[in-house]
Design a protein around this ligand. Structure first.
Ligand code: 5RP
Length: 263
């Protein structure tokens, strides 16, 4: 079966395809989680299978590990790899300083550890995720199950003194049960509407007992690759302060688009 891609999936795909061009022979590569990152894993898998690219991948979730193995990427743990050349991952929001909200897929803890242990992080995204101020997307934080309601109350109280427009926290659910992360923790989604000082908030959130990590990625991302539905891609680099454009050609009859399981 050949899958017909929606404009948003085309945008995600071309961003992923462009980012896969930054993967070089011999690299240790962090593999992100989510629908955009899944495209990247498929693109890198194709380079491994069809073009002899030799890399090892460090997945950021059990989902990504499974997909990476399926497409032929050799998987190692972060402790085995020790340090990575590059991590490519999606995001839920990004601003002009390349600060991010991540964790919509519930993998923020491993994603942050892996990205921080990399020489370079490339975010792959569609244009709709660019924002002037972070916070319209609910900010995920990972909390341990023990006393999570107390952690939630402490976070909500702390938010009153922070530069945010909302203070409400909700426990993420998976059907009738709380969502459980790969580390056995829960996720609280913080409905902040607008985050005035993301750097301050990221530091303060991690001081609350029971909070393991938050989905604000500050000073971690180096490049953003933005895909568009017509195949255009824009690559922005925070260090060079420059951007470049490219056009990605693709055929939906390509093997990459056959028999896709939904991410
Ligand atoms: C998972 C993430 C994802 O990268 C983020 O949610 C974006 O997902 P998608 O590419 O499916 O829009 O942070 O924890």
């Amino acid at each position: 079966m050949v899958v017909e891609l929606s404009p948003i999936d085309r945008a995600k795909f071309v961003a992923a395809k462009k980012a896969s061009e930054f993967v070089e022979d011999g690299m240790r590569v962090g593999l992100g989680t989510g629908s955009t990152a899944a495209w990247m894993v498929r693109c890198v898998g194709e380079l491994v299978r069809d073009h002899g690219l030799r890399i090892v991948g460090v997945p950021t979730s059990t989902r990504t590990a499974e997909l990476a193995r399926d497409v032929g990427i050799k998987i190692v743990s972060l402790d085995e790899a020790k340090w990575l050349d590059l991590t490519i991952d999606g995001a839920d929001e990004f601003d002009d300083e390349f600060s991010l909200i991540k964790g919509g897929g519930g993998a923020l803890l491993q994603e942050k550890i892996v990205a921080t242990a990399s020489d370079q992080m490339i975010v792959i995204t569609d244009a709709a995720k660019e924002v002037e101020n972070l916070g319209a997307f609910p900010l995920p934080i990972e909390v341990i199950p023990f006393g999570w309601q107390t952690s939630k109350a402490l976070v909500e109280e702390m938010l009153i003194s922070m530069d945010v427009l909302g203070q409400q926290a909700g426990l993420r659910m998976d059907g009738d049960a709380p969502f459980v992360t790969d580390e056995g923790n829960h996720i609280l989604d913080l409905h902040l509407k607008r985050i005035g000082k993301p750097r301050d908030l990221a530091l303060v959130l991690n001081q609350v007992p029971g909070v393991v990590e938050n989905g604000l990625f500050i000073d971690i991302c180096d490049k953003v690759v933005i895909g568009f539905g017509d195949g255009k891609v824009e690559v922005r680099d925070i260090h060079e302060g420059a951007s470049s454009e490219d056009q990605i050609q693709f055929l939906e009859t390509d093997n990459l688009f056959r028999d896709l399981d939904d991410e």
